[in-house]
Design a protein around this ligand. Structure first.
Ligand code: AMP
Length: 435
């Protein structure tokens, strides 16, 4: 906002938040609200329902966490000796639940409020004990939450706030029935928040069921990505992808790099190939145990592991402050997923780099992605593993005449020569292609 030629921006103080929360935000180093926070916090402080169309990486957690903490803090009654669950956040993955739990702990550290995280894949004892001791806020994945509700460990009689986070992902993961059962057990008088990165018809229907009169905030993916993340694509054949990955990683040994694979099997294969080149990495995906996933993620977050290979679902919860580079080893066949992936870097107000590998069969995916983000992903040009499959952009098909097939043959020969040369000169002529 400009006034008399000077730039003014909204601060957290302008939003009228309680002192202990402002102090915690200062500790976190947040100087100004992100766009989703600027728009959503005032709506939520007015106790309205909210439909947020936004992806992770926009500051979404604080956008819903801060107003909930503010309200709960303002309503704290000192005479209350046992805490009652007043806020529930439901989110698709364990990683995301843990991360949201950490955010609530951080933003609420001076409020005296207590939160706990509930997810499956581990024994329930610790979680049950935490519930018995009393909590104000529960952050949970749907399956275990429903399980503990059915066992009678959780009462939502005093619930005031419910947040459904990453709704599209929950539907993709088959949680729809669990979600409906959970919502059916919540008191009708409550403030409801619904977040989804995409809004297909099924999500619109679900949001209608859950929300009363609501306001909508949309943070467009292209705002979140195009402006902040430097993107680029390499055309490369399937068999050369691992070599190109090794080559790029060797050039940035100090950087934290998140590599995306479309499949679990593919992720394991990438880790193996990297190990053969003496590059340490770990994979996280649905077939890995909870402990293995947490261990890999912990090492990646504290910087001891530089390369993490993830599938889309496992990566949803990843939030690493200094993530320098995202590499799409495979291009996703759903364009929105690309936006999610590259949003892992360039978090909140930072910037980042995302590189994609595109083989011939993935060119249609690239086209769809470019349509969605309304821009062309810059071509990164030559690399040491060029071959005929990798180099040429598909040309519009011409009628089958002799001269065009002659051109194709000439091109093919040129590519072959170039491939031979570039392999010979590896390390010399590629230095500007991947920076
Ligand atoms: P989220 O979209 O909630 O996953 O948040 C993405 C990242 O942005 C997290 O690392 C947050 O700690 C960070 N973040 C959230 N709000 C702000 C802010 N106002 N200023 C700076 N960083 C923020």
């Amino acid at each position: 906002m400009y006034l008399y030629g000077l730039e003014f921006y909204m601060t957290f103080k302008d939003l009228g938040l309680a002192e202990p929360i402002l102090k915690a935000l200062q500790d976190e180093g947040y100087t100004k609200p992100t766009p989703i926070q600027e728009q959503a916090i005032p709506i939520l402080l007015k106790r309205k329902d909210l439909l947020g169309v936004a992806q992770t990486g926009t500051g979404k957690t604080a956008a819903f966490g801060i107003p909930i903490l503010h309200h709960l803090y303002e309503g704290i009654s000192l005479s209350q000796n046992k805490r009652k669950v007043k806020a529930l956040v439901v989110t698709p993955t364990r990683e995301l639940a843990i991360q949201i739990g950490d955010s609530f702990t951080a933003y609420g550290r001076y409020t005296g409020l207590k939160s706990t995280v509930i997810f499956g894949g581990v024994k329930q004892g610790k979680q049950v004990n935490a519930l018995k001791a009393g909590v104000d806020i529960i952050i949970a994945t749907p399956g275990r939450l429903l399980d503990l509700m059915n066992q009678g460990y959780i009462s939502f009689r005093d619930l005031d706030y419910v947040v459904l986070d990453e709704a599209d992902q929950m539907l993709d993961m088959g949680f729809i029935h669990d979600i409906k059962k959970i919502i059916a057990k919540l008191p009708p008088k409550r403030q409801s928040l619904f977040f989804s990165a995409t809004m297909p018809k099924s999500i619109v229907e679900l949001s209608r069921k859950m929300l009363g009169e609501f306001e909508r905030v949309t943070i467009k993916p292209e705002q979140a990505t195009a402006e902040k993340v430097e993107q680029g694509v390499y055309f490369v054949s399937k068999s050369n992808k691992p070599k190109l990955l090794v080559h790029l990683l060797e050039k940035r040994p100090e950087d934290s790099v998140l590599v995306f694979s479309r499949t679990k099997h593919g992720a394991n294969k990438i880790v193996k190939k990297l190990a053969q080149a003496d590059i340490k990495s770990a994979a996280i995906h649905g077939n890995k145990s909870q402990t293995a996933r947490q261990k890999a993620l912990g090492a990646f977050k504290d910087g001891t592991l530089k390369v993490l290979v993830a599938t889309d679902i496992a990566a949803r919860g990843i939030d690493v402050d200094d993530l320098a580079l995202v590499i799409n080893f495979d291009l996703p066949n759903v364009s929105e997923t690309y936006v999610h992936r590259i949003g892992r870097t360039g978090r909140a107000n930072a910037s980042g780099i995302a590189m994609s590998f595109c083989m011939a069969e993935e060119r249609a995916y690239l086209k769809d992605i470019e349509k969605l983000i309304k821009q062309q992903v810059p071509r990164l040009g030559d690399h040491p593993y060029m071959d005929e499959a990798s180099e040429q952009e598909p040309q519009p098909r011409k009628p089958n005449n002799r001269s065009s097939s002659r051109n194709q043959n000439q091109n093919r020969n040129r590519n072959r020569n170039r491939n031979r040369n570039s392999n010979k000169n590896r390390g010399r002529n590629d230095s500007n292609s991947s920076n």
